[in-house]
Structures are given as structure tokens and as C-alpha cells.
Design a protein around this ligand. Structure first.
Ligand code: RIB
Length: 290
């Protein structure tokens, strides 16, 4: 089976800072590195590294061919990534000495995906394939509707969080993943707690406090996080999601897919960077984690 990912592709400019800047502050960085990123691209790479078969639907500008090539090198099917007349999306990411981050996004080409492009890609999908969306591209509702009509398992990672964006796709979802704060925001906006959402599978992540899985009609299951020395949490949530999706796609029981994703995310926060440093299955299995 295949995971179809309507997802963002960014150039991540990651600045190492002594602390996160406050309004009006000018601050010199201790270092700068460029990575492939974007929540979409990070999830595609994570799913590929977890052994999933993944087709990415997205867009880059003429300045972003390196990003498409890198995704191909990482084992992602990039035939559905268009080159458009817009600059490639980018993110300015500040990471401080305590592994806290701050992200400024420029969407660029990520908001130039056409309905035709989406339709052409998804007509190649088979019933039972997974479709994943996040909130960094345009065409999310159209894709979710198409996915539902085509019999795909429709998954949504509610980041960056906007209550209206989640509520617009909610009727089409089979799987929703969000963090603790996002779950509270969605509860406040919709009146629905995770266990009341009309979605078969819901995962709420709690960072260093673990995750909780809600299957409709069953008691929630709690997963503990591993204790690691975090240096950069950027992309850890995307890594977790990509690993869960790959597990689902490979027919693993959800509990097993989540347990593996917890290990992958724990390893990811010990590394600086985004898509390029996402651990593969062998590293995840071999890691000594407590
Ligand atoms: O979740 C991390 C990602 O958020 C980064 O790669 C950045 O591009 C932003 O999309």
C-alpha cells in the first residue's frame, strides 16, 4: 500500500541561539545550518525511513529542485511534486540552548498546489491507501473530500494548529494527531474532547510526558516517553507521525506503530536538524533508550 502525503516542502534555515529573542531584540546566532524541512517533507522522510512506501504531493519553485531531488534520494516518490512559479517555502528556525524553538514560516510554493495536480495524483491511489495532510499547504479540504470519496484512510496532523482548519476536514478523517495544547484548543473551539471526536483513531502527544491513543469506543491507551537528552525538538512530532503512518500502512497494530514511533521521536530530539537527520528503522530499533 502507499501513503499519499499532501505536504509542505521547506528549506529550513536553523539558527543556534543562546536564547530565543524577545520583541525588539537583536541577537547574534552561534551557528547556521540548512536542512530539508517542512512538516510534510519531514513526515515523508520519516515514513520512508520507517519502511513505508510514500508518494509526496506538493510544490517547489525553480529554487527548490534540490529539495525534490533530496526527497527522491531519501526514497520518496516525487513524481507528484510540481515546479511552480513561486519561491520554494522556507522556515527560519531558532533553537536555543535548552532545545526550545521558534519558527517563522514562509509558505511560498506550498500554497500553489492545484486541484488538477491533486486529482491526477490521487486517481493513482488504491482503495485502502493512506492520505495524510497537515496545515502547511492549500487544498486540504479538497484533498480530504477526495480521499474519503476514493476510499482512502484520511489522516490529519493538526499543525500548525488552526481550529477552523481542523474543523473543516474533521468530517472526512479516520485519523487525527495533535499535541496537548492543540487538543485543548480544539476542545475549546468545538466543545469536543479527544475521546468525543468523530474520528476512529486519535493520538494526542504530550512531548516528554508521552502520548495517548484514543480508539473510538475503547478506553484510551497511554504511552510513556523515553528519557533522553534533548538538544532540538524541531521535527520530532513529524518523525512520530511519519513512523505511525508507516506502521499503519504496513498493517501493524496501532499500539505497536505508536511504540515504534515513540522510539523514533526520542532519538530525533537528540539530533540537530530536520528531515535530513530523521533516524531510520535500524537506528530506531538499535537505540539504547530508557
Ligand atoms: O515541524 C518542523 C517543521 O516545521 C520544520 O521543518 C519547518 O519547516 C516547519 O514546517
Amino acid at each position: 500500500m502507499t501513503i499519499w502525503n499532501l505536504g509542505s516542502i521547506n528549506a529550513d534555515m536553523v539558527y543556534a541561539l543562546p536564547h530565543l529573542p524577545v520583541a525588539g531584540e537583536t541577537l547574534a546566532a552561534n551557528g547556521l545550518q540548512r536542512f530539508l524541512g517542512g512538516k510534510g517533507a519531514n513526515m515523508s522522510v520519516a515514513a520512508a525511513r520507517a519502511g513505508g512506501q510514500i508518494s509526496h504531493i506538493g510544490a517547489v519553485g525553480s529554487d527548490g529542485c534540490w529539495a525534490r531531488d533530496r526527497l527522491t534520494e531519501y526514497g520518496v516518490d516525487t513524481r507528484w511534486i510540481a515546479e511552480v512559479d513561486q519561491p520554494t517555502g522556507h522556515a527560519i528556525i531558532a533553537v536555543d540552548a535548552d532545545a526550545e524553538n521558534l519558527i517563522i514560516l514562509f509558505p511560498g510554493a506550498n500554497h500553489a498546489i492545484t486541484g488538477d495536480q491533486l486529482g491526477q495524483a490521487l486517481t493513482s491511489a488504491g482503495s485502502g491507501d493512506l492520505l495524510v495532510l497537515q496545515n502547511e499547504t492549500n487544498a486540504q479540504v479538497q484533498a480530504a473530500q477526495m480521499g474519503r470519496d476514493l476510499g482512502l484512510v484520511v489522516c490529519y496532523a493538526a499543525a500548525p494548529f488552526q481550529a477552523e482548519a481542523v474543523q473543516a476536514v474533521l468530517p472526512y478523517l479516520d485519523f487525527l494527531i495533535l499535541n496537548e495544547v492543540e487538543a485543548e484548543q480544539l476542545h475549546a473551539a468545538s466543545g469536543l474532547a479527544p475521546s468525543d471526536l468523530p474520528v476512529e483513531h486519535v493520538i494526542v502527544t504530550f512531548g516528554s510526558k508521552g502520548a495517548r491513543y484514543y480508539r473510538r469506543g475503547s478506553d484510551p491507551l497511554a504511552f510513556s516517553a523515553y528519557k533522553v537528552n534533548a538538544v532540538d525538538t524541531t521535527g520530532a512530532g513529524d518523525t512520530f507521525t511519519g513512523y505511525v503512518l508507516a506502521g499503519m500502512d504496513r498493517g501493524m497494530p496501532m499500539e505497536q506503530a505508536i511504540a515504534q514511533a515513540m522510539r523514533a521521536a526520542a532519538l530525533m530530539v537528540t539530533r540537530h536538524g530536520t528531515a535530513d537527520v530523521i533516524p531510520d528503522l535500524q537506528e530506531v530499533r538499535a537505540a539504547q533508550l530508557d
